[in-house]
Ligand binder design. Structure first.
Ligand SMILES: Cc1ncc(COP(=O)(O)O)c(C=O)c1O
Length: 472
């Protein structure tokens, strides 16, 4: 048995969820919380701590962690080298506002970032969260081009600012309405998706470059291309369900950017620092030439919050913007981020992320032929998704099935990522999760999918009804 070593320990759930101790704590604290934070239906467990790749709840249940703090804890337990680097920076600097008071910790990280930055990226703007990095990028694009419009792709997520929630739609509209602000200046085109096209019904595969035909149409009908400052795109769609565009898509998008003088901004907040099995997701393709690239989440290496905007000289050398936030590039956060990059450079992390991709496909792809409701199995490095359908012929979304699978998986000791009303179930394990724990999790998911398929929940019929399901 492997159960002694926390890095090989397999999860065990021995109560109903939530268990009695979690329930008692929820009952006590819910009145102190905001609505969403007091909603425990999706995650019916209260964490008391983590051990290796497991989360332990108040009832002593353990779960394999496939959320990884939504990507911010890329190595599972914060690695000793990251902790030591942060401790040393704390001892030397305490807290410091790096945007006003230059310091060695921030400069060391900038040095490293400019050495690993792909393509023409050569400068670094400090930030503290993905949301703020996105906001900064929008300002850079507008300042550099003196143009107003930003093109985004539907299904993307760019954080919770009032501005860029309008440029994102990874949540179905009923979830985002009230949060989405009606701002001008954002033009949204569907994200390239080979499994499901907004332009046709029924099963794929479809030509995902048709979204660029649609963009061409928009440029003729509605948007003057010379008013577009730039394109904001996630190289792999994260919150929107793990879609990776083709080389042909990137070639065509790159050509459009060159032709019209649009800046290309890659939002790699979720995909950076090894998540896709390469340091940056863009490195999975040839010839992508960004003007801006955003870092967040895993960049913190499981340490303190930190984010960054990487940019070219042309965009950043002569800017008059001052975008930093008080906590942007705090010294200890910089030291932790630098130690995280060094850990990836030392080898093994990227290889493991790619091994997880192979295991996910190996265990779950064969299930497509067996389970009518399993429409698609997608993985890019250590980010993976299953998408469910009512039946393969119609390809209609099956949000109730997804939600039931999530709960069946939880009962089997695996915490994945599920949101109401979405059509996909996701995994975002630590890049370093041991293949044994990961394979066990995938096998539990396969069992859970079979269990739900044996007695599938009733789906409402079309997309509007899927939204209604989500309203519950
Ligand atoms: C692609 C992407 N951009 C931006 C953000 C926002 O980052 P943060 O939550 O750090 O503000 C996220 C968060 O999930 C993200 O996935």
């Amino acid at each position: 048995m492997l159960t002694k070593n926390p890095f090989y320990e397999l999860p065990q759930v021995h109560t109903a969820l939530p268990g009695p101790a979690s329930s008692a704590l929820f009952a006590r604290h819910d009145a102190q919380l905001t609505g969403a934070n007091a909603d425990h239906e999706i995650y019916p467990l209260l964490e008391v701590g983590k051990r290796g790749y497991l989360i332990e709840d108040a009832d002593g249940n353990t779960f394999a962690d496939h959320m990884s703090a939504w990507g911010a804890s890329p190595f599972g337990p914060t690695p000793p080298t990251v902790k030591a680097a942060m401790d040393a920076a704390w001892a030397r600097h305490g807290m410091q506002i790096s945007g006003w008071l230059p310091n060695q910790a921030a400069f060391s990280l900038v040095d490293k970032l400019t050495r690993i930055a792909p393509g023409r990226l050569s400068r670094v703007e400090y930030s503290v969260s993905g949301t703020l990095a996105v906001e900064a990028a929008v300002k850079f694009m507008r300042e550099a081009t003196k143009r107003p419009l930003i093109i985004t792709f539907g299904g993307q997520y760019h954080g919770e600012s009032t501005y860029m929630t309008a440029g994102a739609s990874s949540d179905l509209s009923n979830v985002s309405s009230g949060r989405t602000q009606y701002v001008s200046g954002v033009v949204m085109v569907p994200y390239p998706n080979r499994f499901r096209s907004p332009f046709r019904r029924g099963p794929g595969p479809v030509d995902e470059c048709e979204v660029l035909d649609y963009l061409d149409y928009l440029l003729i009908q509605q948007v003057h291309p010379c008013q577009v400052a730039g394109v904001m795109i996630e190289p792999v769609l994260g919150e929107g369900g793990i879609h990776a565009p083709s080389q042909r898509f990137w070639d065509r998008l790159g050509a459009l950017c060159k032709r019209w003088g649009w800046l290309l901004c890659l939002d790699e907040v979720q995909t950076c620092m090894g998540r896709t099995g390469t340091m940056f997701a863009m490195q999975r393709w040839e010839g992508i030439d960004p003007d801006l690239l955003l870092l967040g989440k895993a960049f913190a290496a499981g340490g303190q919050p930190i984010a960054a905007v990487l940019g070219t000289d042309a965009v950043m050398a002569h800017t008059e913007l001052h975008l930093g936030s008080t906590y942007g590039f705090a010294p200890a956060a910089c030291a932790g981020a630098l130690a995280g990059i060094e850990l990836i450079e030392a080898g093994g992390v990227l290889e493991n992320a790619l091994a997880l991709e192979r295991i996910f496909k190996e265990v779950l792809e064969p299930l497509k032929a067996e389970v009518e409701q399993l429409g698609d199995v997608r993985a890019v490095g250590a980010m993976a998704a299953l998408e469910f359908v009512v039946d393969k012929a119609s390809n209609r979304p099956a949000p109730a099935f997804q939600y039931a699978v999530h709960h069946a998986v939880l009962r089997r000791g695996v915490v994945g990522i599920s949101q109401r009303g979405k059509w996909h179930y996701r995994l975002q394990p630590a890049l370093t999760m041991t293949p044994e724990v990961f394979r066990h999790s995938c096998e539990q998911i396969a069992l859970a999918v079979r269990e739900v398929a044996a007695n599938p929940p009733k789906e409402r019929i079309d997309v509007q009804d899927a939204v209604a399901t989500a309203q519950r």
